[in-house]
Design a binder for this molecule. Structure first.
Ligand code: NDP
Length: 247
């Protein structure tokens, strides 16, 4: 099993793409720490599901946009699990509006969770990875961070920021056996996209060369590769998982 004796922290791991990633890593032997911010019962449900794979699983309440809370949770995970090998920055939110109607709060909230949250988690695991001369950091960007999108200026900026952050961290840590990569999903069926109208969904589907909406597992497969030793010589990379949408 590729992740035996490895510990992975997955932010936003109790549902959607994050849960698929946590499941995939656990299935291949990883111990899992999921961070959640919403309903505790959802987190507990996810934990129960993940325990079926037979590895250690804990859930932690943590708003990743909070610098101090992220620091404390990383310290707690290291204490509980004895270390961290894999960090998956998956937590993300949207507050879609045209810039015309977007207020400061909408902008700050999205940058705060998506970009600063990713920075916070990398910042607090950085020294730990450096010291053990091993680490896998995979952050969830989006094709919107590459091509932009009307109505998503805040989201696009946060996801483009994740790409720049990833490449910079990759350069800083490459000599220490630590890789930092990003995935850029296209249109994936989760709670985040279920709120879109059928008309918007159909229009998006029609544009996807693969002619289907992606699944959380499509993303999890690529994240698992980037977390594995098969990807030891891959760093600073951004892999689109979009059925060809942003080609
Ligand atoms: P969901 O809305 O289904 O899930 C979002 C997750 O993020 C939840 O687990 C949520 O936690 C967590 N989260 C939100 N805010 C915080 C916070 N402040 N601190 C900690 N955790 C938080 O989204 P998806 O599964 O669709 O998306 C996952 C990632 O993939 C996001 O970064 C998203 O931007 C990205 N992505 C998604 C695409 C899609 O089409 N779905 C396309 C491209 C990128 P909780 O469960 O506790 O509420």
């Amino acid at each position: 099993m590729r992740f035996e004796n490895k510990t992975a922290v997955v932010t936003g791991g109790s549902r959607g793409i994050g849960f698929a990633i946590a499941s995939r890593l656990a299935k291949e032997g990883a111990n899992i720490a999921i961070l959640y911010v919403g309903d505790e019962s959802e987190g507990l449900k996810a934990k129960e599901e993940l325990l079926k794979f037979g590895t250690k699983v804990e859930q932690y309440f943590c708003d990743v946009s909070n610098f101090e809370a992220s620091k404390q949770v990383v310290e707690k995970v290291i204490e509980d699990f004895g270390g961290i090998d894999i960090l998956v920055n998956n937590a993300g939110i949207t507050r879609d509006k045209l810039v015309l109607n977007m207020d400061e709060k909408d902008f700050d909230a999205v940058i705060g969770v998506n970009l600063k949250g990713t920075f916070n988690m990398i910042k607090h695991t950085y020294k730990h990875f450096m010291k053990k001369r091993y680490g896998r950091i995979v952050s969830t960007s989006s094709i919107i961070g590459i091509i932009g999108n009307a109505g998503q200026a805040n989201y696009a900026a946060s996801k483009a920021g994740i790409i720049a952050l990833t490449k910079s961290v990759a350069k800083e840590l490459a000599g220490r056996g630590v890789t930092a990569n990003a995935v850029a999903p296209g249109y994936i069926g989760t709670d985040m996209t279920n709120v879109l109208s059928d008309k918007v969904k159909d229009a998006m589907k029609a544009q996807i060369p693969a002619k289907r909406i992606g699944t959380p597992e499509d993303v999890a497969d690529v994240v698992a590769f980037l977390c594995s030793d098969d990807a030891a010589y891959v760093t600073g990379e951004v892999i689109r998982v979009d059925g060809g949408l942003a080609m």
